[in-house]
Design a protein around this ligand. Structure first.
Ligand code: GLO
Ligand code: MG
Length: 344
């Protein structure tokens, strides 16, 4: 039996192209337009920040938040799209300037936890138990400004609050080594899983591997994925690509290195990723040069590339590879992979 993969993306993946050096270059599309595009693109799920689901969430009461999340669920049902996860956006508010869960200011840490509990309320209305924690500001610009051991304890304390608030919720940490911070406290999958083990229920703390984030850490995304899979902790992936140690590029999947992309697909496939309902997420952005009418192409292309590489993973000559491995003939193993990818 082969896996039928469910693909997903977030509303932020259909963007207007603003960057730190220039303004938007494409027209802005509203949420309903974005949602309506997904089924025809072959995407069955959507990922959300808390304020993608409930705009201006900080200004609303818990009751109002639940009401708006319910209305969103009805929209998703009508479109036939499910919510994969909800992530608290803990990097916009003035209260998270110096970190969210790890701010030096206890009032700010309290805000971050309260907001995360509202995120869980939203997730419950959207019928998902998955909360993604991209810990954008949990790190330092200046080593001496923070106590990294204390910060780890703050992170564990925050996760414990979330795990205690809802006994079914699962937290998926999305590590990223840098950007916006100089150094993040949980830069890799190993750090994320180790931090999970310090919480009250390690079985409910897993992770998301984003290809670009692994590359930025100087690691191989396929190895990061298989590490998490072997620990039974890979609950989502953000596939994309990244050309070396630069800003986070969120390029289409496979755009820079097809072989690295092939290995990610191969690892997912051989570990039966997706059979428990995990989605294949693409955290990709259109190139800034993309025209209005082409604003969905990076999503379409990333999915196509995944499916082509899935075919490559399923037709890879494993027997021949095993023979070459047994002979320690990695020269020909290398060429076997290249020829297979080249289709020759
Ligand atoms: C940025 C992250 C970001 C997260 C998203 C979900 O580098 O990849 O896009 O995935 O905010 O938490
Ligand atoms: Mg991501």
């Amino acid at each position: 039996m082969s896996t039928t993969y469910t693909f997903c993306c977030g509303p932020w993946n259909i963007g207007e192209g603003a960057d730190p050096y220039g303004p938007p270059v494409r027209r802005s599309r509203d949420f309903d337009w974005k949602l309506a595009q997904l089924p025809a693109l072959g995407y069955g799920a959507m990922m959300f920040h808390d304020d993608d689901a409930v705009p201006d969430v900080d200004e609303k009461s818990a009751k109002q938040i639940v009401k708006e999340a319910k209305a969103l669920k009805a929209k998703l049902d009508a479109a036939g799209v499910r919510a994969e996860m909800v992530a608290p956006r803990l990097w916009f508010s003035p209260k998270t300037i110096d970190g969210a869960y790890t701010s030096n200011d206890p009032k700010c840490r309290k805000y971050a936890i309260e907001r995360s509990l509202r995120t869980i309320d939203i997730a419950n209305e959207l019928d998902t138990k998955l909360i993604v924690l991209w810990l954008a500001r949990e790190g330092s610009y200046l080593r001496e400004s923070k106590h990294s051991g204390k910060c780890l304890e703050f992170l564990v304390e925050a996760m414990d609050k979330m795990l205690g608030y809802d006994k079914k919720v699962r937290l998926a940490i999305e590590p990223k080594p840098n950007e916006p911070m100089d150094h993040a406290y949980l830069p890799t999958i190993g750090h994320a899983i180790a931090a999970g083990h310090l919480t009250r229920d390690a079985k409910r703390v897993g992770c998301v591997v984003e290809s670009a984030h692994a590359i930025l850490a100087g690691l191989d995304p396929a190895d990061e994925m298989e590490f998490a899979l072997t620990c039974d902790r890979l609950w989502s992936v953000h596939l994309n690509d990244q050309n070396g140690l630069k800003f986070d590029q969120d390029k289409p999947f496979g755009s820079t290195n097809l072989r690295t992309a092939f290995n990610q697909v191969r690892v997912l496939e051989r570990n039966k990723y997706g059979r428990k309902g995990e989605c294949v997420g693409f955290d990709v952005h259109p190139f800034r040069s993309t025209k209005d009418e082409d604003v969905l192409k990076h999503l379409e292309n990333s999915r196509q590339t995944f499916l082509h590489l899935l075919e490559k993973a399923r037709t890879f000559d494993e027997k021949k590879a095993a023979k070459l491995i047994a002979k320690r003939d990695y020269q020909d193993l290398d060429q076997l992979v290249l020829s297979h990818l080249l289709g020759v």
